[in-house]
Design a protein around this ligand. Structure first.
Ligand SMILES: Cc1cc2nc3c(=O)[nH]c(=O)nc-3n(C[C@H](O)[C@H](O)[C@H](O)COP(=O)(O)O)c2cc1C
Length: 328
C-alpha cells in the first residue's frame, strides 16, 4: 500500500514524507525522521530573498547531510526571478527536490504576495512556476492549501497549472488560508485533486496516528502521505506506518527508543547549532520526545534550565534510570 513512488526522476523508497516545519525540520530533526523510515524529508521554508542576499542565517537552512537524502528544500517568495535564482542556489547546495510554498498563511509572508497569497494570484503563480521550472534540473513540487475560501476551486486550478508548468508532484493540505490550523483538514479535496492530476499527489493534514496515514491513502487515493505535527513528538510515526502497511502489529513505543532518540537529537543539535543554542532549544524538544513516558512532567521540569550537553545527558540518564528501576 505504501510502495515506492516517483517524483520526477527521483524514486522514493516508500510513500511517507516529513512536512516542512519552520523552526523544527532542521538537519538534526530530519535525521531522526529519516532514521525511522521516512522516505523524503523537507527543510523548513527558506526565504528566496534571504538566499539571494546571501544572509548567513538563511543559507544555513540549506545545510544537509548524505544520511538524510533525498532532501526537499522548500522556498518561498513572490517574484519569479528571485524564486528561480533561489531555486538554483538550493539545488547547488544539494536539494534533490525544490518545493514552492503556496500554503503559508502567516501575515508577514502573505502580505508580500508569497505563500498562500499565491493561491489567489494565478497569474503570478504561473510566472513563478515557469521561471523556477526553467532554472532547475531536479524535480519541482508545490505545497498548497485549499485556497482562500472553502470551495477548493483554487486548489484544483493551481494544482492543474503546476502540472502544466512541469511540476513533478503536488502536496495538498486541505485547509483554507483563513482557517490556519483550525477545523479539520478536508481530505475529500485531496481525492478531488488526485482525480484531476497525472503527477503524484501527496496528502497532508491531521495524520495523528499511523492508522490515519493508511486511512488517508485508502480514502483519497493519494500517492504519498506527509506528516507534520504528529512527527514532532513522535518521529517514530514513520516506522509505525511502514509496519502497519506490512500487516505487522504496532506496540507502544519502547522507552529505550525515546531515550536513544533524545540522546541522538541532542548530540546532532549540538554539532549543528553549537552547544548554547542547542541546549536552549532542547529544553522543550527533549520534553516533546518524552511524551507518553511515565513521570515525563518531572523530566520536563528537570530539563527546563539545561545549559550544557553534559547536563542534558545527565538528566536523560537520571530519567532512564528512574524508569528502569521502577520496572525492575
Ligand atoms: C510549527 C509548524 C511549522 C510549519 N512550517 C511550515 C513550513 O515551513 N512550510 C509549509 O509549507 N508548511 C509549514 N507548516 C504546515 C505543515 O507543513 C503541515 O502542512 C500542517 O501542519 C498540516 O499537517 P499536520 O496535520 O500533519 O501537522 C508548519 C506547521 C507547523 C505546525
Amino acid at each position: 500500500m505504501f510502495p515506492s513512488f516517483r517524483i520526477g526522476s527521483l524514486v522514493l523508497d516508500n510513500a511517507t514524507v516529513l512536512a516542512p516545519l519552520a523552526g523544527i525540520s532542521n538537519l538534526p530533526f530530519r535525521l531522526l525522521a529519516k532514521e525511522k523510515g521516512c522516505a523524503l524529508v523537507c527543510s523548513e521554508m527558506v526565504s528566496a530573498k534571504g538566499l539571494l542576499f546571501q544572509s548567513q542565517k538563511t543559507l544555513r537552512y540549506l545545510d544537509n547531510a548524505p544520511e538524510e537524502k533525498p532532501l526537499s528544500v522548500q522556498i518561498f517568495g513572490a517574484e519569479a526571478d528571485s524564486m528561480a535564482a533561489a531555486a538554483k542556489i538550493a539545488e547547488s547546495a544539494g536539494a534533490d527536490i525544490v518545493d514552492i510554498n503556496f500554503g503559508c498563511s502567516v501575515r508577514k509572508v502573505v502580505k508580500t504576495g508569497a505563500g498562500a497569497a499565491l493561491m489567489k494570484d494565478a497569474e503570478n503563480a504561473e510566472k513563478i512556476l515557469k521561471a523556477v521550472r526553467q532554472s532547475l534540473s531536479v524535480p519541482l513540487t508545490i505545497k498548497i492549501r485549499s485556497g482562500w475560501d472553502a470551495s477548493g476551486r483554487q486548489a484544483l486550478a493551481i494544482a492543474r497549472m503546476a502540472e502544466d508548468c512541469g511540476a513533478d508532484a503536488v502536496t495538498v493540505h486541505p485547509r483554507t488560508a483563513l482557517q490556519g490550523f483550525r477545523g479539520n483538514a478536508d481530505w475529500s479535496l485531496i481525492a478531488r485533486v488526485k482525480e484531476k492530476l497525472s503527477i503524484p499527489v501527496i496528502g497532508n493534514g491531521d495524520i495523528v496516528r499511523a492508522e490515519d496515514a493508511i486511512r488517508m491513502k485508502s480514502e483519497t487515493g493519494c500517492d504519498g502521505v506527509m506528516i507534520g505535527r504528529a512527527a514532532i513528538g513522535s518521529p517514530w510515526i514513520f516506522s509505525r506506518i511502514l509496519a502497519l502497511e506490512k500487516g505487522e502489529k504496532i506496540h507502544p513505543a519502547d522507552p529505550e527508543m525515546h531515550f536513544d532518540m533524545m540522546l541522538r537529537y541532542l548530540r546532532d543539535s549540538v554539532r549543528y547549532l553549537g552547544e548554547k543554542n542547542a541546549c536552549f532549544i532542547m529544553r522543550s524538544r527533549l520534553g516533546w520526545l518524552s511524551k507518553g513516558l511515565p513521570r515525563s512532567s518531572a523530566f520536563r521540569d528537570a530539563i527546563r534550565q539545561i545549559t550544557s550537553e553534559a547536563e542534558a545527558v545527565e538528566k536523560i540518564s537520571d530519567f532512564r534510570r528512574l524508569l528502569c528501576e521502577k520496572e525492575s
